[in-house]
Design a protein around this ligand. Sequence first.
Ligand code: GAL
Length: 643
Amino acid sequence: MKRTLGVCYYPEHWDESLWAEDAARMVDTGLTWVRIGEFAWSRIEPQPGTFHWDWLDRAIEVLGGAGLRVVLGTPTATPPRWMLDKLPDMLAVDAQGRPRKFGSRRHYCFSHLGYRADARRIAGLMAERYGRHPHIGAWQTDNEYACHDTTLSYSDAARAGFRDWLAQKYQSPDALNRAWGNVFWSMEYDGFDQIDLPNLTVTEPNPSHVLDFRRYASDQVVAFNRAQVEEIRKHSDAPILHNYMGRETSFDHFKVGADLDGASWDSYPIGFLSDRVEADDAHRARFLRQGDPDNQAFHHDLYRAVGKAAKTAGAVPRWWVMEQQPGPVNWAPWNPAPLPGMARLWAWEAFAHGAEAVCYFRWRQAPFAQEQNHAGLLRPDSAPAPALAEAAQVAAELKEVPEEAGCAPAEAALVFDYESAWAWETQPQGRDFSAFALAFSAYKALRRAGLNIDILPPDCADLSGYKLVLAPGLMTISEPLRAALRAFGGIALVGPRAGLRTPDFAIPTPMGPALDGLGVTVALSESLPPGIEVPLEGGGAFATWRDVLEGDAPVVLRSEDGTPAIMGDGPVRVLGGWPTDATWDRLLTEMLPGLGLTHLGLADGLRLRDTASHRFVFNYAPEPAVFEGTEVPPAGVLRLPLG
Ligand code: GAL
């Protein structure tokens, strides 16, 4: 599979007389893909049952006829206004019980079976019409599930669905009462119909109740997506993808991914640094116009793994960047413009991590409605915006670099689990504890060491290709992972806060993590406010979270107060706290040589990723950096032959 570029386009936003010229310019720029359709429901079906396919037929003809491959999106993220008349209770409801009204997008409730049927219907009609069309190269279901905080809905439909889900899971109210521990505070139920959604309670609801609701809500996203996939597959062999978001943990992407042919995500590096990456002011200022140097890579590696969850027989799992930031966005607290060269660097970084395609969002900046201040490859007046030349440069470079899409096997792996994110959001215990932030801090440390990284799902059964595995923050340690750890020959660091709950969200006995052959128990855990650290012997510290470890395994590191900080000297070890960044660096520097690896101690902003034949070097820093004697300018990309 060749590496390719594309763009997101909205033919319905522009006069038809512009389409042919737009298509020709896309081809001239060197683009392969054009994604269309994902918000166009009101133009496809302006009244219930009245269809206007003609304009979409012509748009596909014009774009495809110019030589582009079309990614067709189902428009289910934007049900038209008439849907509300047809299904007045299809709106999502927030935790305060207020409906989330019409007038933007994603106002539907995933639990509403009537809306789900309508989503299935429109996806099926589109697939029937275009499924075998020669210009259709791929599908996108809906748009960014969960965006705008839409996975959880506290609607009547959700309440009914949740009760049913619980009845199927527990079979009897008694079993549910036992699993949840409802004897506590006299919360016992006599029937499933008595169980409400876990919002608007006087004080915190039972965490087992919340966790089951989170699982239920995630399952609704899976079911909603699956309904569309089933329809599309009846009529089309083209791969079906979804465009996931950055730092979105409200549903299990591995489970949605299992029904698709791969994964794609929407990468907005500068927007994300401004509104969803933990960072101090100095880091935000330094990477203001580049984005956090690890955030894109983390999601590339995560979604490559989600793509591999695809169970479609014989298919090559694909992974793409479906939307790539081209210039300032409109939605972050502040929206600076990228450093010249970043729209190119971001694309090459995605390719180095194995992407097949990178599509810029969007072709032309919209002069109307909500995203007027969001850059495109063209300005609203159709003059080139700065990213157009960078996209053209990448396209020209792709011709020079015939390497197929893909990346080298990784030395290091990080286990990432969505359920754990829900569990620790439900019971943070420390205000700033976040399973995502913990996993990301471990990931960043691996990147500073210069390692290639795979992200693995929590039920991964095989670790044999890796030298180093990090498994922080896992609520439970799954049976397949326990078996893989038993067979592992490298070093696996498990913890902090790993294996400390049962799947029912209770404290297990024996207490966790209870790893086979390793006598280590977390005797108690404490959370620490910002600025408070637990210093370690020999330097470094834990912050935010500490597990007090006990047991008969060898202690290989202690905190200054004498408490074990790491126990176990074999392949599996337990880490008893959340290391600060400098402490991660110390731990990896000490561990890697024994695994035949070297900590490269990369300059702040310099990052690496290997493909089968090349080492890519990226400079996210605002000043030049040197890698093995070669200077890399800001936003620079080096491609060095391997071996
Ligand atoms: C994405 C979304 C697009 C557009 C873009 C703006 O989250 O999928 O439709 O809104 O953000 O950055």
